[in-house]
Each structure stands twice: as C-alpha cells, then as structure tokens.
Design a binder for this molecule. Structure first.
Ligand SMILES: C[S@@+](CC[C@H](N)C(=O)[O-])C[C@H]1O[C@@H](n2cnc3c(N)ncnc32)[C@H](O)[C@@H]1O
Length: 203
C-alpha cells in the first residue's frame, strides 16, 4: 500500500479520534516511568498527539512528533494553543520510519498504539536515533486479540509477530537492554481493552 492511500485512510479517522480515551491512557502509561528533563523526545506516528502532549510532563527541551496523516496532525497541532503554549512540540507530516532525526540524538522515543502499522523495521530506526542510554517506550497489541482482516490487513506489515504475553512483548525489543513489559488493561464498563506497554533502554 502506498503512502498516499495510507494517509488517506488515517485522515478519515481523524475527526472522531479523540473521542476514544483509550489511546490517551496508553500514552500516559508510556510516559509515566520516564526520567524528567530529556533533551529531544520523538513521538513516532503521533496521530492527534497524545504521547507528544503527555511527554510535556517530563519538561523536555524539544519534542518532534511525526505522522503520515495531515488530518491527524492538524487535530494534534490545533490543541497546541492550550496544551503547548510555548511551542516545545514540532509537528511534521511524513513517514515515521525512518524518523527525520539524525543518528544518536534522541533521549526518548515514544510509539503509542502505532507499532502494528510500522512493523519490526521500526526497531532498527529507534536504535539509530537514540543516544546510548536513551529510552524507548512503545505499546503493542496482543496477537490473541488483534486479528487484522479484510482491507484493514493491508495496513499491517507482515514482518511483526504480535506477542501473546509480556515475555513476547519484551522480546520485540531484543536489541535493547533493561527491557520490561506490562499488560495495560482498561475496562470502561462496555468493553475490556488490553495492550502490552514496553520500556527499554538503548545500549
Ligand atoms: C492508531 S493511530 C495512533 C496515534 C497516536 N500515536 C496515539 O497514540 O493515539 C496510528 C497512527 O499511525 C499513523 N501512521 C501509520 N503508518 C504510518 C507511517 N508509516 N508513518 C507515519 N505515521 C503512520 C497514522 O496516520 C495514525 O495517525
């Protein structure tokens, strides 16, 4: 699938994306354990910016948030007047793999609710952009729950094995050190949703 078709699909989801609070909660879980005052934070496939805005709690020097979908990014940047009045976050339309960032410059890489659209190739790029000791935080759907089918399956790269448990989720970050994975579950009374949240450090 080409980038234009992919962007058009996500453009179509932008209007109502923020009505679902699950993604914001995942983003919060990614950011919560990270150390304060990083230099550069990268938000990979930022969507409407949940992880980028959550990262502001760390008081970073700079956040670069990238997404393929102009409509998702328009929603993200529209919130900046109230959520990022000093302009710490830079919003950039384009592919998030590779991230438009030089090697070894990032202190934190965040990827919330998006790895299943990027594929395993993202990990090599995160190792490239992170400085030694830099932190990675990503979420990943469970293979027990995530069964892409029909046209949606075209959006999901084939190179990623979706984990069935926390050990499998941690194993995705096999080239990192100090890897931990937890099951993150939200039950809003109507349905139970669950992903794995993984934290790791660049060697
Ligand atoms: C489910 S949303 C997640 C957005 C956000 N990270 C969050 O936590 O809510 C998936 C996002 O991935 C973006 N995306 C998919 N493939 C991409 C790619 N190759 N490069 C950049 N963004 C991509 C889509 O445009 C969409 O905004």
């Amino acid at each position: 699938m080409n980038q234009e078709s992919r962007a058009a699909f996500f453009d179509g989801t932008a209007e109502h994306y923020d009505e679902d609070t699950f993604h914001a909660q995942v983003a919060d879980a990614l950011v919560a354990p990270l150390p304060p005052e990083p230099g550069l934070v990268l938000d990979v496939a930022t969507g409407t910016g949940f992880a980028a805005y959550a990262a502001l709690r760390l008081k970073p020097a700079r956040v670069l948030a990238v997404d393929l979908s102009p409509a998702m990014l328009a929603r993200a940047s529209a919130k900046a007047a109230s959520l990022d009045p000093t302009g710490v976050i830079t919003w950039q339309v384009g592919p998030a793999v590779p991230m438009p960032s030089p090697d070894g410059t990032a202190d934190v890489v965040l990827c919330a609710s998006s790895l299943h659209f990027l594929g395993a190739v993202a990990f090599a790029d995160w190792l490239r952009v992170l400085r030694p000791g830099g932190r990675l935080a990503f979420s990943v759907v469970s293979g027990a729950r995530f069964k892409p089918s029909g046209p949606f399956a075209d959006f999901v790269p084939a190179d990623l094995t979706f984990p069935l448990d926390e050990a499998g989720a941690a194993a995705l970050a096999k080239d990192f050190v100090d890897v931990s994975a937890q099951t993150f579950t939200v039950d809003d009374g109507e349905r139970v949703r669950s992903v794995f949240v993984v934290h790791a450090t660049a060697p």
